[in-house]
Design a protein around this ligand. Structure first.
Ligand code: HEM
Length: 493
């Protein structure tokens, strides 16, 4: 928040003061720190953010510890309610799903060429949203589609293994390798071709990753309109919308180029062809493609990097994963990936990493279409709603020894991530739940299985496993603060 926000506050102070007095009269709101006139709880949040190192999920969890599982904050003129217990999450994602299914779109993203067409940022669950979600489910994420795309996924995992073999004994940035592998898996499903290269300085669109990263960062940069909705007169005072528009135009330009270059033999089967067959064109097509890359790649890469970090820190767990892989898939380097579903211990590791390190720790923000009631408190219309999946996953009243990485807790346990067990909601729940769960889980299984089956992993500089820094950083996804650097040691050859 810079000088433009200060000037804006001075000019609007009388209006904000009257809003403050009016809102104070509203009773029965969930508990929370007493808001200041005009700026509300911004100072409380800034203080917590300074303590938690700008980790919003941890700041909100700390406030919930003081005020309870459902908290109310006013950030400027914007109202925010955060659910931080399984029963509060159930009230948001199930009981009141119809009223709370609208998406809160960050002001910087309210750029028509994206916001009007995206599935993720579709503001309302209207007929258009329903038909886009049906296309996603049927043509991209259904079991037959996932089976059809399995060869592309396996090819990319094989390329990753060969790349790692070529780097044997050298330092490798694991997150980068995983990100590019995911990106190319998605690229082959959408465009029938690779988009990035594992080899430094090679590849087709080297600027693609940085444009997308910058665009994602802009979703979480504090924006005046987010704090003072409707009071900026539609002006882009901090210039964030303009920046988002610029990156979107660059990304859409890259999609145009790739679409022109699609090979004639393979394009018949790819997802772009299916979208075109549904009559989806122009910005609608480009926004959906961007949705898949952004929703699928960053979250998945962040999670797989966390899984590898936890395995490296826990040699016994790594050993058990490898034993299971050898038992189910045979000794390396073979990789009969048709048996991935039988890797129950690896699956338990994925669940455990999702519990401790959910890539979307606050899910994606929802918005109340109407006033409703949660735990006997009033939730005002237009209020932003978040669910703190990170806090729920680390609650000692729900999870024994919550900070330890113990995949065993998910063996012989029916708790799953499908949005029904509210003590474990990394993919959200209800109407807006993540539709990409099955695709994501298949991809993490494949990538982690390939890494652990074929290589042992060492930390650089003879560092001890216990010394691995596990600090987190929150942008649009929760990732490692320091990139994970490991040295692959091939297990055969
Ligand atoms: C670790 C991986 C992933 C995580 C943690 C994750 C998490 C989430 C979460 C928390 C939401 C919002 C749920 C809610 O509002 O209740 C979401 C929405 C969404 N996810 Fe995922 N996701 C992942 C992977 C994927 C993949 C692989 C795809 C598809 C290729 C995908 C596509 C989407 C889409 C399209 C939405 C928006 C749905 C809507 O608003 O109707 N996600 N995801």
């Amino acid at each position: 928040m810079g000088s433009s926000l200060l000037l804006f506050l001075v000019l609007l102070f009388p209006v904000l003061l009257s809003l403050f007095w009016r809102s104070r009269k509203q009773t029965n709101l969930p508990p929370g720190p007493r808001p200041w006139p005009a700026i509300g709880n911004i100072p409380h949040l800034m203080l917590r953010q300074a303590v938690t190192g700008q980790r919003l999920h941890a700041s909100l969890a700390a406030i919930a510890e003081d005020y309870g599982p459902l908290i109310y904050l006013r950030l400027g003129a914007r109202e925010l309610v955060v659910a931080s217990s399984p029963s509060a999450a159930a009230q948001v994602l199930k009981t009141n799903d119809r009223v709370l299914c609208a998406r809160y779109v960050p002001a910087a993203y309210r750029v028509p060429i994206y916001a009007d067409h995206s599935l993720i940022w579709h503001a309302r669950c209207d007929d258009n949203w329903r038909s886009l979600r049906t296309i996603f489910r049927a043509d991209l994420l259904s079991s037959p589609s996932l089976a059809r795309h399995a060869p592309a996924r396996e090819r990319k995992a094989g390329e990753m293994a060969r790349f790692l073999l070529s780097r044997a004994g050298k330092e490798v940035k694991i997150g980068k390798v995983i990100f590019i592998t995911f990106f190319n898996m998605v690229g082959n499903i959408i465009f029938s071709r690779d988009v990035l290269s594992l080899e430094e300085g090679k590849g087709w669109f080297p600027e693609l990753k940085s444009h997308m990263a910058r665009m994602l960062e802009l979703a979480v940069v504090p924006c005046i309109e987010d704090f003072f909705p409707g009071m900026t007169g539609g002006f882009d005072l901090d210039g964030l919308k303009h920046q988002v528009q610029t990156y979107l135009e660059k990304l859409y330009g890259i999609w145009d180029e790739i679409m022109m270059q699609r090979s004639e033999e393979t394009q018949d089967k790819d997802f772009t062809k299916m979208l075109l067959d549904h009559g989806i064109r122009d910005n609608q097509l480009k926004a959906l493609i961007l949705d898949i890359f952004t929703a699928g790649s960053d979250t998945s890469a962040a999670l797989a990097e966390w899984i590898m970090s936890e395995l490296v820190r826990s040699p016994d767990v790594m050993k058990r994963v490898r034993e299971e892989l050898i038992q189910v898939m045979g000794p390396p380097p073979t990789g009969d990936h048709t048996h991935l579903a039988r890797l129950t211990y690896l699956h338990a590791c994925i669940k455990e990493a999702l519990r401790l390190h959910p890539p979307a720790p606050l899910l994606l923000p929802r918005c109340a279409i109407d006033t409703c009631e949660i735990m006997s408190y009033t939730i005002p219309k237009n209020c932003t709603i978040m669910v703190n999946a990170w806090a729920i996953g680390r609650n000692p009243e729900i999870w024994k020894d919550p900070l330890s990485f113990s995949p065993e807790r998910f063996l012989n346990c029916s708790v799953d991530y499908k949005g029904i067990d509210f003590e474990f909601v990394p993919f959200g729940g209800g109407m807006r739940a993540c539709p990409g769960i099955s695709m994501g889980v298949r991809v993490y299984q494949l990538v982690v299985a390939t890494m652990v089956h074929n290589f042992d992993w060492l930390l650089p500089g003879g560092k001890q496993r216990s010394e691995l820094n596990m600090d987190e950083k929150l942008g649009l996804v929760l990732e490692r603060k320091q990139p994970l650097v490991l040295i692959p040691k091939p297990l055969v050859g």
